[in-house]
Ligand binder design. Sequence first.
Ligand SMILES: C[S@@+](CC[C@H](N)C(=O)[O-])C[C@H]1O[C@@H](n2cnc3c(N)ncnc32)[C@H](O)[C@@H]1O
Length: 190
Amino acid sequence: MSRDAERRAALGAPSPHFTAQVERIRRAAALGPILDLACGHGRHAVPAADLGLPVVALDRDREALATLTQVVPTRGGRLLPVAADLEGRGAPPLRPGGFGAVLVFRYLHRPLFPAIEALLAPGGLLLYETFTLDQRALGWGPGRDAFLLGPGELARAFPGLEILDYTEGPTAEARPAHTARLLARRPASR
Ligand SMILES: C[S@@+](CC[C@H](N)C(=O)[O-])C[C@H]1O[C@@H](n2cnc3c(N)ncnc32)[C@H](O)[C@@H]1O
């Protein structure tokens, strides 16, 4: 197996919340690059780049980013790794208003919510999915309140965005998780 194929096999399946929005993500790229925040090994950054899109993939884990950069996206897509700590001082090293879509999966740091909203270009999309408090009952994944959303919390987290879809509950995955799933858009003009 080639190194590229090995890396892809290790990524794991993207979330159904991502795959359901592939066409919207493709269209949103006309507004700016795609940003995958806390991308890990690229479970969503890689399939987004495979759409032929430029994808900024940010994580503090340099080893994960090194793995990700060994994948060669299809259709001329590009993966642009950024190593940064999202919980350090100051805003993330990213251009506000510059991204066509921001993806956040299985990562929660509540103080970042305003900065995430500000990263979107007018008309840009936010796809956010992470664990809710119900995840604890499953006995795997994060256990601390800091990493688990309360009921309806994600729907209230981005007051400047228009909510296009919001759901909570078990996921339709091989290993179901309890998550909240938000699809929201920054208004084209304020
Ligand atoms: C559970 S993984 C999710 C990875 C990917 N989004 C996915 O859905 O497969 C959480 C990721 O958040 C990253 N992370 C945690 N704290 C971070 C921080 N302060 N700054 C940047 N990345 C962080 C970790 O390195 C890890 O890759």
